[in-house]
Ligand binder design. Structure first.
Ligand code: SF4
Length: 348
């Protein structure tokens, strides 16, 4: 087993500490960052503007840390699901979704999840560990189509705000000039709405935010998502009204529609009222049935009527296209086939 530590996932500041500890010149931190995130080498030996001695010293304790996916499944629509080593002996997935001139990667931030949402197989399997920043960045750098990526969404396995330090470091690496130098407009973090952590994302980054709402009513949302008891959705939107989402950054509301649960026009009215004053757009998400759950997807007609009602009320609402259904690969559908005690696919 590899005992050396990965270099990917380290910020410039962390690399500066590392080179100081190793007795290397301060400027070597910038050189290493360039090799890791711009030139994307896979071996310290390739960092040819570092002296041979420096490379040898680094290689004693560190590796680049790039790990290829363990497995992949390809959909007929071009979506590809990649399996990576996760945490606590559990694998996680990253889902590559090409769409005309865009190519999005849905990344995981945790193996399993503590949040226990009723409609989610990831929640059912419990929590097995946080991914390191290296584990997050590796998903982005090590898929074969990495160069084609235009967008990253933190919507895979786990709740990003529950592993926020690693997620914030990953965002810094993605957006810093010494890192991948992406615009934050290409990145979206999806959260169930833990207030303090959401504020950190809003105050310290410029990435887009997606909030999983799924019900405009507190009692019903608490049934579906226990987190509502700690962070009521009304308070989430009160806080969000204090931020500007009309310029530069986007706020989206994720709303899975279930038959007979939250698919009435009155529910659309309540949702519009809840998010009023935030400029949020609503993504309506088709539900994929999971074993042992009484929740079921609503009809296409009900989804369209719900969307039209929101649009009439001045809320931009769209129905998210389902992708990769033949490989159960839409964001949030995280396979557990390689995980020891899990036989079904996950879904949100
Ligand atoms: S929906 Fe998201 S937050 Fe809820 S249990 Fe699943 S992964 Fe966790």
């Amino acid at each position: 087993m590899e005992s050396r530590k990965p270099l990917i996932g380290l910020t410039l500041e962390q690399l500066r500490h590392l080179v100081a500890d190793e007795g290397l010149p301060r400027f070597a931190a910038g050189q290493i960052a360039k090799w890791l995130y711009d030139k994307r080498v896979t071996d310290i030996a390739e960092m040819t503007d570092l002296s041979k001695t420096a490379r040898a010293r680094l290689a004693e304790k560190y590796t680049v840390g790039r790990e290829a996916p363990k497995a992949e499944a390809r959909s007929t629509d071009g979506t590809v699901k990649y399996l990576f080593e996760g945490a606590g002996g559990r694998d996680v997935e990253a889902v590559y979704i090409p769409d005309r001139d865009r190519a999005t990667l849905c990344v995981s931030s945790q193996a399993g999840c503590k949040m226990n949402c009723r409609f989610c197989m990831t929640g059912r399997q419990g929590f097995h560990g946080n991914l390191t920043t290296a584990g997050i960045i590796n998903q982005i750098l090590s898929i074969p189509d990495s160069d084609k990526l235009t967008n990253i969404v933190f919507m895979g396995m786990g709740e990003p705000t529950d592993n926020l330090d690693a997620v914030l470091d990953a965002i810094e690496i993605l957006t810093a000039p010494w890192g991948l130098a992406w615009s934050p407009k290409r990145i979206t973090v999806s959260t169930i709405g833990r207030l303090k952590e959401m504020k950190r994302i809003l105050d310290f980054t410029r990435v887009h935010l997606a909030v999983s709402v799924h019900s405009p009513y507190s009692a019903q949302r608490a049934e579906l998502m226990p987190v509502e008891r700690a962070y009521p959705v009304r308070e989430i939107f009160e806080m969000l009204r204090g931020y500007d989402f009309a310029h530069q950054r986007r706020l989206s509301v994720e709303y899975i529609i279930w038959r007979g649960v939250n698919d009435r026009l009155a529910d659309a009215d309540a949702l519009a009222k809840l998010i009023k004053g935030t400029s949020a757009r609503v993504n309506l998400i088709r539900f994929h049935k999971i074993p042992g759950s009484e929740l079921s997807p609503t009809s296409q007609a009900a989804m369209e009527a719900f969307r039209d009602r929101l649009n009439e009320l001045g809320v931009t609402a769209t129905i998210r296209a389902s992708r990769g259904e033949d490989i159960a690969a839409a964001c949030g559908m995280l396979a557990g086939k390689n995980n020891p005690d899990k036989k079904e696919q996950d879904t949100i």
